[in-house]
Design a protein around this ligand. Sequence first.
Ligand code: NDP
Ligand code: 2IT
Length: 451
Amino acid sequence: MSYLDDALQTIEAMNPHEPEFMQSVREVFDSLESVLKKHPEYARHRILERVAEPERTITFRVPWEDDQQKTRINRGYRVEFSSALGPYKGGLRFHPSVNLSILKFLGFEQIFKNSLTLQPIGGGKGGSNFNPKGCSDNEVMRFCQSFMTELSRHIGPDTDVPAGDIGVGGREIGYLFGQYKRLRNEFTGVLTGKGLDWGGSLIRPEATGYGVVYFAAEMAQARGTSLEGKDCLVSGSGNVAQFTVEKLNHLGARPITLSDSGGFVHDPDGIDLDKLKWVMELKNERRGRISEYADQFKSATYTPRGDTSANPLWQVNGDCAFPCATQNEIDGEDAANLLANNISLISEGANMPSTADAAHQFIEAKIAYGPAKAANAGGVAVSALEMAQNGARTRWSREEVDDKLKHIMTNIHANALDAAETYGRSGNYVDGANIAGFLRVANAMLDQGLV
Ligand code: NDP
Ligand code: 2IT
């Protein structure tokens, strides 16, 4: 049996009942066959089994009191996956679906994504099954304070630096930071995505969405075309989706859909910057539902998600797709629908939005397919720039940060293409990103010995 199959079997046996985690492991390992041939030392040092085992996994009780003085209990997690390249770095997700399998898949992805940015950051992820939806600001604050009371023992600006993800935005980062500062009596860069007045970096809120579009523009350019005039399907309506829509507008493309877990809106006239402003107020201030968009703008229709297996959003006609909601939101049937409508470019804002079957179809069809760990790396890249600014007690301008972000996304695109070419997978961004990301981590692990 090959080392790769042997390692996969061992990892599978050690992680039963973790489907999302095993999906992400297989996705990376499937790209590594020729790398392992060229580097027999990785097998000798059992790099695959080591990189797939988190350095440390913390789970803890999060007790808090709701507005009716009722006691509530949630589970908190932090998966400190790999510190080969720097302090553990990655977001916190607050969503009722959160479990260890999902956080381990996100943490595992994060290792290689962070490596691709060429910034000095390891990989981690955390969160809770807490559902902020429907909670008052005070309830969210009490939850965040309780969560941080335990988490604060495990993190620090040189150890582990969390940030946002689904359900964790500026409001939550503020409450988490306040509690850390109070417990430690330290004002440090222990979290990223902070408010601009107290250590946050300009462009961090925009960075993931902007980066997803910069990556798409690079893929289009490599094929001698551009995003200008293209109709774009966007899913989600949170942080990543909003700034994807903003940058698409800046580059002359036309975003025509947005969604949330209830359904999607289709606006054939395009979601321009004025309409986006309204969406931002709806989602970020009023915390409303995307269905309200169709009441506000008569050019749009709303389609509830329903219980069909295929998601009707991916049946809308368009040129490009930007899945920005959640994992496995495009399955094999959805991928077939997208390809039947001649979608020619996909840039993934969400983490692992495509199932293995869907990704396989995109690769076979040879469309421009930018996988999440490359396409959405702009967010964590600017988090690393926030850490650098905090460390140097300085602050860069919008233009400086945006230029650095563009440069990082251009480099990720070029390095993924180079790695794909070198290892005989020409034009395949999935293999290229996995290989380029993995090599740095594996070599750092070899350098640092058996730890
Ligand atoms: P937000 O919480 O701001 O928004 C999440 C959006 O996705 C909402 O519209 C939400 O709808 C929708 N959504 C969440 N879960 C589901 C689900 N199970 N089914 C359908 N829709 C769902 O999160 P972000 O925008 O920050 O994150 C979106 C994706 O981008 C995630 O996959 C995240 O991991 C990834 N990402 C985020 C980065 C960041 O910097 N924030 C960086 C890199 C990747 P609803 O309100 O109905 O739940
Ligand atoms: O998935 C991701 O890359 C994030 N949620 C951002 C992580 C970060 O540390 O900025």
